[in-house]
Design a protein around this ligand. Structure first.
Ligand code: ADP
Length: 215
C-alpha cells in the first residue's frame, strides 16, 4: 500500500491486546502495531509511569506497587483503562499493551466491550525465553531510570507474570483469538511475524512495517 493510500485509509477498528512477559518487547511492538493499524496504543505501564512522574494522586497510589514489582490493584487499573477507552481516539479501535494482566481485568474488559457492543479481534502473545528476558531487562535498567528493573524485582515480576497473567492465554485461547509469535530476533522481524500472523486471521493492517517504522 502506498503512503497516500495509507493516509486516506479509514480506521478499520482493530481491537488488539498484546500479552507477554516483562522484557518480551511489547512496548516496542505496540508502537509499531498502533501505527500499522491506525489505532492508539494504550500502555497501562506508561500511564502509571507518567502519573508517578507528575506526582498525581493515581501516581502516588501506584508507585509503591510498581517499585516492588507488584501489580497495581485491579480497582485502580480497571478505572484508568475504562477512562482511557472512552476517549474519542479509541472509539474505532485500540491496541492494549500490558492490560489485562489478571482474570478480574479480563472480566472488566469484557464488560467494557459488551457495553460498546464490540469484541476483541485478536490477542497477540509474544513469547520469549526467560534468560533473554532477564538480560534485556537488566540492560534496560542501566539505560533508563526504572526502579522496577533490579535483578530481584525482575525475578518477582516474571514469577507474577507466570502466576497471574500467563493463564489468561488459555482464557482467550478457548475463544479462538490468540496468535502466538516468537519475540526473539530483530524488532522488524518480530513486527513482520505479528503482522503476518494477523493477516492469516484476516486482519489486514493499513500500513506496511516500512511505513510504520518511517512514521
Ligand atoms: P513490564 O511489561 O516490563 O512489566 P509495564 O511498563 O507494562 O512493564 O508495567 C510496569 C508496572 O506497571 C508493572 O510492573 C505493574 O506494577 C504496573 N502495571 C502495568 N500494567 C498493569 C496491569 N494491567 N495491572 C496491574 N499493574 C500493572
Amino acid at each position: 500500500m502506498s503512503t497516500a493510500d495509507a493516509s486516506s485509509a479509514t480506521n478499520r477498528g482493530a481491537r488488539l491486546i498484546l500479552i507477554g512477559p516483562p522484557g518480551a518487547g511489547k512496548g516496542t511492538q505496540a508502537v509499531r502495531l498502533s501505527e500499522a493499524f491506525g489505532v492508539p496504543a494504550v500502555s497501562t505501564g506508561d500511564i502509571f509511569r507518567s502519573n508517578v512522574k507528575n506526582e498525581t494522586e493515581l501516581g502516588l497510589q501506584a508507585k509503591a506497587y510498581m517499585d516492588a514489582g507488584e501489580y497495581v490493584p485491579d480497582s485502580l487499573t480497571n478505572a484508568i483503562v475504562h477512562d482511557r477507552l472512552q476517549e474519542v481516539d479509541a472509539a474505532g479501535g485500540f491496541l492494549l499493551d500490558g492490560y489485562p494482566r489478571t482474570t478480574e481485568q479480563v472480566h472488566e474488559l469484557d464488560r467494557l466491550l459488551e457495553e460498546d457492543r464490540t469484541a476483541l479481534d485478536a490477542v497477540i502473545q509474544i513469547v520469549a525465553n526467560p534468560e533473554e528476558v532477564v538480560r534485556r531487562l537488566l540492560k534496560r535498567a542501566s539505560e533508563q531510570d526504572r526502579a522496577d528493573d533490579t535483578a530481584d524485582v525482575i525475578r518477582h515480576r516474571l514469577a507474577l507474570y507466570e502466576e497471574q497473567t500467563a493463564p489468561l492465554i488459555d482464557v482467550y485461547g478457548s475463544r479462538g483469538i490468540v496468535v502466538t509469535v516468537d519475540g526473539l530476533g530483530s524488532v522488524d522481524d518480530v513486527t513482520e511475524r505479528i503482522l503476518g500472523a494477523l493477516r492469516e486471521r484476516g486482519l489486514q493492517s493499513e500500513r506496511s512495517v516500512e511505513d510504520a517504522s518511517n512514521a
